[in-house]
Design a protein around this ligand. Structure first.
Ligand SMILES: NC(=O)c1ccc[n+]([C@@H]2O[C@H](COP(=O)([O-])OP(=O)(O)OC[C@H]3O[C@@H](n4cnc5c(N)ncnc54)[C@H](OP(=O)(O)O)[C@@H]3O)[C@@H](O)[C@H]2O)c1
Length: 246
């Protein structure tokens, strides 16, 4: 199959391309760097010619709330229209576990909007919701830092390696559309403050991590299970400590 990866140069996208090629598919990396812009529509029709599946693993360059909402709404509308015109049979999008519970955050409101357009659109789809990537823990720490202190709610979190995210998305992309949302997560559950403390320690980062139940996560309040998946989630195999050691 020809499978177009929107955001194919990104963290997950660049891992997805070789997995799909190794299983015999024609995987095309499409992003502004290769002349395909989902926000403006530039290069989309050409990239989608003859494609069976489109996988959207793009991300907004800005997390500012107006910009990120515009990014996910406009790019998703453009993609779905271009896919319908090209006769694409499956739209796969990567989203985040707990998205519907995080609407206090501008970033998550944009992901909610992206998911809604896909669900209400006419194209067969599968939404893959993943938990936080191990690679993202530093960004979580940075967003929660004030001076030398990192303030985080002791909520549960089940993060995963982006390699495992890419494998899960690849398996979905070569399968039939499910017209529903599936969840993927890591093999272990942590407290968010513990996870970030461990990650900073491993990097020799001296910031102090404080557990604070009222601390916000990208603008949203967290309860115990806001970030954890339901019982049916597929689990990746990579453990956090093994990933840290690599
Ligand atoms: N971070 C997490 O923990 C986490 C967890 C679950 C799900 N997710 C989701 O995973 C997805 C991918 O994240 P990532 O970290 O792999 O992304 P990333 O590394 O930041 O890569 C972003 C990609 O989007 C592309 N892009 C930017 N603007 C574009 C445009 N106008 N048209 C087409 N492509 C565009 C970039 O292309 P260029 O290189 O050409 O600029 C790049 O390939 C996101 O949707 C995110 O919500 C993230």
């Amino acid at each position: 199959m020809k499978i177009v990866i929107i955001g194919g140069s990104g963290l997950v996208g660049s891992k997805l391309i070789p997995i799909l090629r190794d299983s015999g598919h024609q995987a095309l990396a499409a992003s502004p760097k290769s002349g395909v812009n989902a926000l403006t529509g530039e290069g989309l029709a050409e990239a989608l010619e003859g494609a069976s599946v489109v996988v959207d693993v793009s991300n907004s360059p800005s997390f500012e709330e107006t910009a990120v909402l515009r990014f996910f709404e406009t790019s998703t509308r453009n993609l779905l229209a271009a896919e319908a015109a090209a006769g694409v049979g499956h739209h796969v999008a990567l989203s985040i576990v707990g998205t519907e519970r995080l609407g206090e955050s501008g970033y998550f409101r944009a992901k909610i909007a992206q998911e809604k357009l896909i669900r209400e659109g006419s194209l067969p789809y599968t939404i893959v919701r993943a938990t936080q990537f191990f690679e993202f823990v530093e960004s979580i720490a940075d967003a929660a830092t004030d001076g030398e202190t990192v303030r985080l709610a002791p909520a549960l979190i089940q993060p995963m390696a982006s390699d495992d995210v890419a494998s899960a998305v690849a398996a979905v992309a070569v399968g039939s559309p499910l017209n529903q949302t599936v969840e993927v997560a890591g093999p272990e559950v942590f407290r968010l403050d513990e996870l970030i403390r461990r990650a900073l320690e491993a990097r020799g980062d001296r910031r102090k991590v404080v557990a604070d139940p009222s601390a916000r996560y990208f603008g949203a309040e967290l309860s115990e299970r806001t970030l954890t998946p339901g019982s049916g989630a597929r689990l990746g195999g990579t453990r956090f400590e093994d990933w840290l050691r690599r």
